[in-house]
Design a protein around this ligand. Structure first.
Ligand code: DSN
Length: 413
């Protein structure tokens, strides 16, 4: 019997219920993925018991000889994956990684320039709801009428506002980033440059998205999205910034590192260094292309007219229903998505006019382009037949049948 089952049936039953949901339903949330059994085992290991404030070889606790080696392996593998000068693998999340970068080099009141939240940016890129928008004076660039970032407008804003830091990266931007162009603007105005590659990190690691490392002072990422590791973050920097960055992580903004999660990051980075990880990322892209193409054939508008990466944004502005409605009906059909704002959003963030779809998780369970096309058809059918309970039930049955043929690595049947 599992020890959780023996000791705490309430939590055990909920874990089992979530396992069933992850196994039976189709996961299209662009920021989610399925970690391997090895990654989850490391995250659930005895390393959770160890305090290790500080860095390998310079800790504030005894008994760190083993976890020092774990953290060293995680750092070495991260550097091998991304080719950065230095890395701190302790941030508990992408938000913590970004906060540490800001703390390491900005003063309160400095100008921070990032992509607007409703245009695909992230909360931690200067939203007034977060410390990034409260401590720093945030200004935002936007996408143009084609849904792409207009580098001339970015340059004009930078020349006007003179940011101390420019942030690239997004939660919902389906196109490639031109890091060289951002570097040129940052240099022109004397700004530091951060790339938050949380969404595309897996693609960057295998060379299927341009790398920001040659151009940016700092690069942050979560470890659980396309990178397919445990929930967490890392922060990379050029050598000159590493000392300040390390101090900004601990003691600046965090206490003891989560050594079990750092071990899981190391395991995931090891997986990402294998050749099959590149094949996986290529399939993520192929599936996104196939899904985007079919949705457009079915009459759905996509922000920017398509995708270059693992995600796409359905633009429902001209439809009679909202992103919230779509999320709800697709949920009933066994397809998990999230509502999302679109550029020039007219609805509240709790309602929205968009839906974000991503292919990392479905690809991990073995879906290929033909599956992505069929899923696009089922999404279109569900949205076109929102009030037809029988049709939604039949779509749900087909989704569950598809998922039944695609076991999730790491989950028992
Ligand atoms: N919340 C994440 C996402 O869904 O994209 C970003 O942090």
């Amino acid at each position: 019997m599992n020890p959780i089952e023996a000791q705490d049936p309430a939590i055990w039953n909920l874990i089992r219920a979530e396992e069933a949901r992850q196994r039976e339903d189709l996961e299209l949330i662009a920021s989610e993925n399925y970690a391997s059994a090895a990654v989850m085992a490391a995250a659930g290991s005895v390393l959770t018991n160890k305090y290790a404030e500080g860095l390998p070889g310079k800790r504030y606790y005894g008994g760190c000889a083993v976890v020092d080696q774990v953290e060293d392996i995680a750092r070495e593998r991260a550097l091998q994956l991304f080719g950065a000068d230095g890395v701190n693998v302790q941030p508990h999340s992408g938000a913590q990684a970004n906060a540490a970068v800001y703390l390491s080099c900005l003063k309160p009141g400095d100008v921070l320039m990032g992509l607007d939240l409703s245009n695909g940016g992230h909360l931690t890129h200067g939203s007034p709801a977060t410390s990034s928008g409260k401590l720093y004076r945030a200004v935002h660039y936007r996408v143009d009428s084609t849904g792409r970032i207009d580098m001339n407008a970015v340059r004009e804003l930078a020349l006007r506002e003179r940011p101390a830091m420019i942030v690239t990266g997004a939660s919902a931007y389906p196109r490639l980033w031109d890091f060289a162009a951002f570097r040129a603007i940052a240099d022109e105005v004397g700004a530091l440059l951060l790339a938050d590659i949380a969404h595309v990190a897996g693609l960057v690691a295998v060379g299927l998205h341009p790398s920001p490392v040659p151009y940016c002072d700092f690069v942050t990422t979560t470890t659980h999205k396309t990178l397919r590791g445990p929930r967490g973050g890392i922060a990379m920097a050029r050598s000159a910034h590493m000392k300040a960055l390390n101090s900004a992580v601990f003691p600046g903004s965090q206490g003891g590192p989560l050594m079990h999660i750092i071990a899981a990051k190391a395991v995931a980075f090891g997986e990402a260094l294998r050749p099959e990880f590149k094949a996986y990322q290529q399939q993520v892209l192929d599936n996104a292309q196939a899904m985007a193409g079919r949705l457009q054939e079915r009459g759905f508008a996509l922000v920017s007219g398509g995708t270059d990466n693992h995600l796409m944004l359905l633009d429902l502005s001209l439809k009679s229903y909202s992103g919230k409605d779509a999320e709800e009906v697709l949920g009933r059909a066994g397809i998990t998505v999230n509502k999302n704002t679109v550029p020039n959003e007219k609805r509240s963030p709790f309602v929205t006019s968009g839906v974000r779809l991503g292919t990392p998780a479905m690809t991990t369970r073995g879906c290929v382009a033909g599956d992505a096309i069929r899923v696009a058809d089922l999404i279109a059918d569900a949205l076109d037949n929102r009030e037809d309970a029988d049709r939604i039930a039949s779509i749900r049955a087909e989704i569950h049948a598809l998922c039944g043929t695609k076991p999730v690595p790491g989950l028992g049947r």
